[in-house]
Design a protein around this ligand. Sequence first.
Ligand SMILES: [Zn+2]
Length: 245
Amino acid sequence: MKWLLTLLLGAALGVVGTVLWLGRDVPSAGTPGPGPAVTPAPTAQPAGPPPPPPGQGQPPGQGQPPAAGVPLPANSLPEVPTPAPVPPNATSVDIDVKPALGPLLVPVAGVSAKDLTDTFNQARPGERRHEALDILAPKGTPVLAVADGKVAKLFNSKPGGLTVYQFDPSEKYAYYYAHLDSYAPELKEGMTIRRGQMVGYVGTTGNADPGTPHLHFAIFELGPDKKWWEGTPVNPYPYLTAQGR
Ligand SMILES: [Zn+2]
């Protein structure tokens, strides 16, 4: 019995093994044949005659040269839409704000940026808003130009008292100094002044509280006509504190 079973089992295993072997052998033999033959043929031939199998033939060919360029196109394609619209905005912002309005010198001698208080949005009776910075200092303290520019106007107004309107070199912005006790002796309209140059002295002229001498300093963006008395208020605080002194 045992030997018979063993024989049968062995025969069975042999058959199975043979079948498996054959089955494996056949496919493997068949596959290698057609595979290599087919693959090389298309690849090799497409290279010459691109028309039929362009899909495979051209990609490799194009892939090579573009290989270096591929990464760029791939990246640029997705980014292109975004960057395209951004540049205009970024450019306009930079041109409008950065060139003309950089860090400004605190316009009162002896006062540092950390001493300043942002009172730009402070509500004021009879006015929309303060739209300026008040820098307190003893009467007679030198008032200095915040940046290079030109004296556009020396004006005595009821609210501002003795005032100086200075245009920046691009004439895009005006710097306004008010409540001056007096002007610097040599100051004249139209003259070029340098950052740090004295334009006058702190005072209480105009509607300033006589007991609280201070410089009322403002910046406004000039209109297309560059009228010294007209413009859009700009908060000086960020520019005066930008350089930390
Ligand atoms: Zn003020």
